[in-house]
Design a protein around this ligand. Sequence first.
Ligand SMILES: C[S@@+](CC[C@H](N)C(=O)[O-])C[C@H]1O[C@@H](n2cnc3c(N)ncnc32)[C@H](O)[C@@H]1O
Length: 205
Amino acid sequence: MRRFLLIAHRVPPTGEFTLNDLAGGGGRMDEVARAVSTAFTLSNDLRRDTEMTIVFSAAPPPVARKVELVGARLRYLNPDERSTAALLKNALVRAVDFPREFESSPGLRVASVDPAAELRAFLERPGALWLCESGGPLADSVRGGADHAFVLSDPYEPTEAERSLLEGSGVPRCSVGPRSLRTSQVIDLVHHAVDVAEATGRPAG
Ligand SMILES: C[S@@+](CC[C@H](N)C(=O)[O-])C[C@H]1O[C@@H](n2cnc3c(N)ncnc32)[C@H](O)[C@@H]1O
């Protein structure tokens, strides 16, 4: 299983943004939607072995939300970023009037969250890795047939509190290369590294 935890720092957790301004008023929802699309879509198929939790941390609990996407159950995910953003916005907007966790569409659950607790719990998962520019080579840390759990950030740096949780967890830092890449690009390279490890039993060169 491949799991991702993506911290979305500025997307309004109540879903109060327009699909016509995903990068501005949407707090970079364009990149979050792109990351979801990259995490799950293949050419004419979906990655059923992938799960993603997006923590929308722009407001403190109880307004902070998480959306969990489960590849094995996911439906209505199209490759374009606007319709993906609409799927996520729909989940966030409906959660405003719904205090408990619920499934807003197949394979997509939404709930209130304590962002720090969620991050802490994710870092305890088997195979947890922190994706950041200054880490060791990712290929050294991925293996075929193993569970992996990757933490990464949206276009904004982790906050000081998040950084201190990440550093204190002892989870290895991994890098996909020397350049600072977009979140969605990092996910592509991570999938590639795991795909190669699974297909060949060897790290991606
Ligand atoms: C757009 S980057 C964050 C901002 C970026 N550090 C900057 O200089 O503006 C988004 C996230 O992708 C991940 N990332 C970017 N480049 C990476 C790399 N070379 N290796 C591993 N992760 C990377 C990190 O989790 C990072 O927080």
